[in-house]
Design a protein around this ligand. Structure first.
Ligand code: PXG
Length: 301
């Protein structure tokens, strides 16, 4: 059976799931979206994703034409129709169909669509060996322009970064803000760990990540990792961090819905720690997986 896609209250087979060329989501990138995971029939942090979607929409003055409860039902129904227990969910709300001018108020009704699919996991060896990343020339969008905390359909800033990383032989880009401080990667948040004591217990380490206001998305996985750190009593702080701080970290990792937690072992040619995924990163990943088994909105097929 073909994948069934939700568009504005109805489901269509993938080959017939189409949006107008006059939709401002396409013409101007005028819209917002979310990427969500489900694990064993639990939609991980669904409420948090919906809150973020509603916040993004509120900032761009886009009124989502349904309630959060209705959206939750539509997501779960789409998963059920596709018989997906472990999957990826892409939720998109565009300004809708308008004319060839920018004017969003001429768009009559926002378009809502939901794609659920089986998740394309990253290769296992990435998690075992770790990733090499590279700082790219394109800086992260200024918070004073289009705030990176808005998960908008305008992803060119990140796509430029992704291209530059690939040109430099890496899969992911480390993005700085206009002042040169580390913000995040093209599709993931970034964390570092610094040993502060002898290293016998987690209390001897400090988990650090840049504050979102420097120019990062407030990642749901980022929040989940902070939650896990608190649970295992790993000290944590948000801090303004430079590339120098990251080069000299003991461990570095990325977080995102698709990637979960990916260890970083090289940045701009500098080895991080011993050049292998670190023990605190592994501990966080184990605890994160535990959280995905217990958290989230449940459904059955
Ligand atoms: N930063 C940015 C810029 C993102 O787009 C994250 C951080 C991580 O946020 P979450 O909430 O997922 O922990 C994201 C989200 C992809 C892809 O195909 C990645 C994202 C979104 C859409 C597609 O790699 N990452």
């Amino acid at each position: 059976m073909e994948l069934q896609i939700y568009i504005d209250g109805k489901w269509y087979p993938k080959s017939e799931a189409k949006i107008s060329v006059f939709d401002h989501g396409l013409l101007y990138g005028d819209g917002v979206f979310e990427g969500i995971r489900s694990y064993q029939g639990r939609v991980f942090k669904l409420r948090e994703h919906l809150d973020r979607l509603w916040e993004s929409a509120h900032t761009i003055m886009l009124e989502i034409p349904m309630s959060q409860k209705e959206m939750e039902k539509a997501v779960i129904e789409t998963l059920k129709r596709n018989k997906i227990l472990n999957g990826y969910i892409r939720l998109v709300v565009t300004r809708g169909v308008g004319d060839l001018g920018l004017s969003p108020w001429l768009c009559k009704r926002p378009t809502v669509f939901i794609i659920t699919d089986n998740i394309a996991l990253y290769p296992k060896e990435l998690y075992q060996k770790g990733l090499a990343i590279i700082t790219v020339p394109t800086v992260r969008n200024l918070p004073e322009a289009v705030n990176p905390s808005i998960k908008s359909l305008n992803y060119l800033n990140n796509i430029m970064a992704k291209i530059e990383a690939r040109n430099g032989g890496c899969m992911e880009a480390l993005m700085l803000n206009h002042q040169g401080y580390v913000t995040e990667c093209s599709g993931d948040n970034v964390f570092m760990i610094k040993r502060t004591g002898r290293g016998n217990t987690v209390r001897d380490y400090l988990l650090l990540t840049p504050p979102a206001y420097l120019g990062a998305l407030k990642g749901i996985t980022r929040d989940a990792i902070i939650e896990v750190a608190q649970k295992i009593r790993l000290p944590f702080a948000e801090r303004t961090l430079t590339r120098h701080d990251f080069y000299n970290a003991d461990e570095v990792f990325l977080t995102g819905t698709a990637a979960e937690v990916i260890p970083v072992v090289k940045i701009d040619g500098r080895l991080i720690g011993e050049g292998n995924p670190g023990k605190i990163t592994k501990m966080l990943l184990r605890n994160f997986h535990e959280l995905t088994r217990t958290d989230g909105v449940r459904y059955t097929l």
